[in-house]
Write a protein that binds this ligand. Structure first.
Ligand SMILES: NC(=O)c1ccc[n+]([C@@H]2O[C@H](COP(=O)([O-])OP(=O)(O)OC[C@H]3O[C@@H](n4cnc5c(N)ncnc54)[C@H](O)[C@@H]3O)[C@@H](O)[C@H]2O)c1
Length: 264
């Protein structure tokens, strides 16, 4: 799997899954725009790529700001001349000092709801709108959105996240069918529990331990394991794959949730 001559843009690339995807894309020959709201982290990842002999630029952008989205595409095409791969991946839970960020549906504050939908869904919609004309003019392109198993099934306490990620799954399908005949493939990945700052920030250590118990593989996923799937979907190896929601969760959602029939 190589990306020589290809250009990618990864949002939320300063950390976790996005960082692993940007590094993996660059290690396989692609040039990559490392986009993050956290400028220090974006610069660090771009420097890491350059130190390994790869091509990268760091772009500081808040994906909830329409002007920042326009700027990140303009800078990427200005620097590298094209766009072959877009990874819509950035996400952060909204800081809510006066309300618990994790609350039952009826307790969820409107601001929390709106902030989550803004970064988790609207930003993805807007970025697709900006990427499509570029990819269309090239006659090809691949978009991979980071959804979640939380977009396929329900969790307790993170209703806005579940709704945003479910939106990403179906937005992916719509974009996939609408642009299929223009050479643009659109897929999403549905990670389970992955060992990143996002998860450790939202889940207490006891909850992380619980994840290890309920995941059939007995461990959290690693960001690189998500990047491998994302890069496969981005690559020509996935040339007949579009509109898919690719689950990578160590078997978590393969279960019915019923108690075991195997005698103890
Ligand atoms: N970690 C998990 O268990 C898990 C599971 C399922 C899905 N996901 C999804 O994976 C994606 C990546 O998350 P991660 O786990 O790697 O987390 P992470 O916190 O390591 O990385 C997320 C990155 O997004 C950036 N970001 C946040 N808000 C932004 C904004 N407005 N504009 C630009 N950048 C912004 C952050 O600065 C951070 O660098 C997210 O979409 C998340 O919902 C994660």
């Amino acid at each position: 799997m190589r990306f020589d001559g290809k250009v990618g843009l990864v949002t939320g690339a300063g950390s976790g899954i996005g960082r692993a995807t940007a590094l993996g894309f660059a290690q396989r020959g692609g040039a990559v725009a490392v986009v993050d709201i956290n400028g220090d982290n974006a610069s660090r990842v771009a420097a890491e790529i350059a130190a390994g002999g790869g091509k990268a630029i760091a772009i500081v952008a808040d994906v909830t700001r329409a002007a920042d989205l326009e700027m990140m595409f303009a800078r990427t095409t200005g620097e590298f001349g094209r766009l072959d791969f877009l990874h819509n991946n950035a996400f952060g839970f909204a800081p809510m000092p006066d309300v618990s960020p994790i609350a039952a549906t009826a307790d969820t504050d409107d601001r929390m709801w709106n902030a989550t939908l803004d970064v988790g869904l609207t930003a993805v919609f807007r970025a697709i709108k900006l990427a499509v004309p570029i990819m269309r003019s090239q006659g090809a392109g691949s978009i991979v959105n980071t959804a979640s198993i939380s977009g396929l099934y329900a969790d307790y306490g993170i209703v806005a996240y579940n709704a945003a990620k479910a939106g990403v799954v179906n937005l992916t399908r719509v974009a996939a069918i609408e642009y299929a005949r223009m050479g643009i493939r659109v897929n999403c990945i549905c990670p389970g529990a992955i060992d990143t700052p996002l998860l450790s920030g939202a889940a207490q250590p006891a909850m992380i331990e619980k994840f290890r118990e309920i995941i059939p593989m007995g461990r959290l996923g690693r960001p690189e394991e998500m990047a491998n799937v994302i890069l496969f979907l981005a690559s020509d190896l996935a040339s007949f794959v579009t509109g898919s929601a690719y689950v990578a969760d160590g078997g978590q959602t393969a279960k019915t949730g019923s108690p075991s029939f195997i005698p103890e």
